[in-house]
Design a protein around this ligand. Structure first.
Ligand SMILES: [Zn+2]
Length: 80
């Protein structure tokens, strides 16, 4: 859970970079919880504008590739 909408949206985009979601799966938006007052991710409703922009602009694909390289370098470093 996240204290603000912008933090939740950042986490939403980060989740798409970290995990392999196909269309129709994974969280697509954020909502303010009536119970705890914090923001949560949701797979229901309309797609977050911020996530849509990142997906459409190819940012998530680029960040995924960057992440893959960081992981590769980390793994290699262990063997050096
Ligand atoms: Zn809650």
């Amino acid at each position: 859970m996240y204290a603000s909408e912008s933090l939740a949206e950042e986490a939403l985009v980060a989740a798409w970079v970290t995990f392999e979601y196909s269309s129709g799966s994974g969280p697509i938006g954020v909502y303010r919880c009536e119970d705890c007052g914090n923001y949560h991710l949701t797979s229901k409703g309309t797609i977050s504008k911020k996530l849509q922009e990142h997906l459409a602009g190819g940012n998530i694909k680029k960040m995924k590739e960057a992440n893959d390289w960081i992981e590769k370098i980390k793994r290699r470093n262990k063997h050096w």
